[in-house]
Design a protein around this ligand. Structure first.
Ligand code: XIL
Length: 401
């Protein structure tokens, strides 16, 4: 028998299709994120088994804001793979967790803490004192009149002891006071005129909240958290507040910069300046609520004006490119400041749902600033995962280093 002839035939019958199958399967196995063509050989970036937390292992924890639905649905696997810190998006805020004097809703907060603990994920607490989503009952007595400063501070102390006390040793950092600084361009007006400020007739509640939090959980890191912290006017006001707290030996570890950013804001210079200023006080920084909307704030139409609806072009390649560049710029700077940055947390998991989608009214939607007319949905596409929970190109721009 002529074995070589048989072998040649066998080659033709089996080998060629086998080669074709191997080639085809190689093509199919090629990761979808080939877009990341800028990766250099030898970098650690392009590894499908890694998540954001792994790429940033030697920098800082990477967190995400969650609600309980996310923990029990399809977001859960993504959270565990990509993140090593979580923040409750709403469930630890004063109103939701402490709706009336003797009522605490622990269920959702406990659920988030249990989920994180069982997956060895760190937990940021958000927040202990805020003028929004507040426990409105705290401001009024049984007679419906505003309470005294003394009673308000007692209620604040009881609240902080109950909440920070319950999660003592489990929550490693708290946003103790949220958004207490005024937004106007009046540089003499440092503090927001909230119920807290008005009833206390000044900013004493801020210092008090930090002291109560430190007493309730001496190990927890304590942060002051605010937005627009890179805007020159607000930045200076926040700086003055922090400087005073540090000088008065208030137990504060750092500042939370919320980082609800836009495609063109902040500039690299503004971001560096904000970082340089607060770190000069010896404070750490956490970027606590990062998202970069593709929307620009739009003015609402004048009352009575008629407007022609403009079709929404959505997440265009041009906006996508700007978002990629802004994310890259931010993380390039974050890595340079790693000595001072102790957490970077995204506000929501994927573009499937962002709190920004619900914001604004009139022609608005999808941006943090602005109006209060009829609400509409206009998607903001502000995160690193798309509506199908897949990694966006912006994802690869922050891990490709
Ligand atoms: C937002 C939540 O994401 C929304 O679900 C809620 O309706 C309003 O609050 N700054 C903060 C966060 O400190 O608590 C806010 O979270 C977003 C702005």
């Amino acid at each position: 028998m002529n074995f070589s002839a048989v072998n040649k035939k066998a080659n033709r019958v089996f080998l060629l299709p086998a080669i074709a199958i191997i080639v085809l399967s190689l093509v199919q196995c090629t990761p979808k994120h080939q877009v990341a063509s800028s990766f250099k050989a030898g970098t650690t970036a392009d590894d499908p088994n890694k998540g954001l937390k792994d790429y940033y292992k030697s920098y800082f924890p990477i967190g995400v804001a969650v609600n309980t639905a996310a923990l029990h649905g399809p977001d859960s696997a993504l959270i565990v793979k990509e993140f090593n810190s979580v923040t409750a998006e709403n469930d630890m805020k004063m109103g939701p967790i402490h709706p009336s004097e003797n009522v605490y809703n622990w269920k959702n907060a406990d659920d988030i803490v249990d989920f994180a603990t069982s997956h060895h994920i760190k937990i940021r607490g958000h927040n202990l004192c805020w003028h929004n989503q507040e426990a409105a009952w705290m401001f009024k007595g049984a007679d419906g009149e505003p309470v005294t400063k003394e009673l308000l501070l007692k209620r604040l102390k009881d609240h902080i002891f109950a909440v920070a006390g319950r999660y003592k040793g489990k929550i490693y950092a708290w946003d103790v006071v949220n958004e207490a600084v005024d937004d106007s361009n009046d540089t003499t007006q440092i503090y927001r005129k909230s119920n807290w400020y008005n009833i206390c007739n000044g900013p004493d509640f801020i210092e008090a909240a930090f002291r109560y939090a430190h007493e309730a959980d001496p190990q927890a890191k304590l942060y002051y958290n605010d937005y627009n912290s890179e805007h020159p006017v607000k930045r200076e006001k926040i700086y003055k507040l922090l400087k005073k707290l540090v000088e008065d030996h208030v137990p504060i570890d750092g500042v939370g910069m919320q980082a609800h950013w836009k495609l063109n804001e902040p500039s690299p210079g503004e971001l560096r300046k904000a970082l340089d200023e607060v770190t000069s006080l010896g404070l750490k920084v956490q970027f606590t609520e990062l998202d970069i909307t593709i929307r620009l704030p739009q003015l609402n139409p004048a009352p009575g004006a008629t407007t022609t609806p403009v079709p929404d072009p959505g997440y265009t390649p041009e906006l996508e490119a700007k978002q990629i560049a802004q994310y890259k710029m931010a993380f390039d700077i974050f890595r340079q400041y790693k000595k001072f940055i102790t957490n970077v947390t995204f506000w929501n998991v994927s573009d499937r749902y962002s709190w920004l989608d619900q914001r604004g009214g009139g022609l608005m939607g999808g941006a943090a600033a602005g109006g209060n007319t009829t609400r509409m949905v206009k998607k903001a596409y502000p995160l690193l995962f798309d509506e199908n929970r897949q990694r966006k190109k912006a994802y690869w721009s922050v891990v490709g280093f």
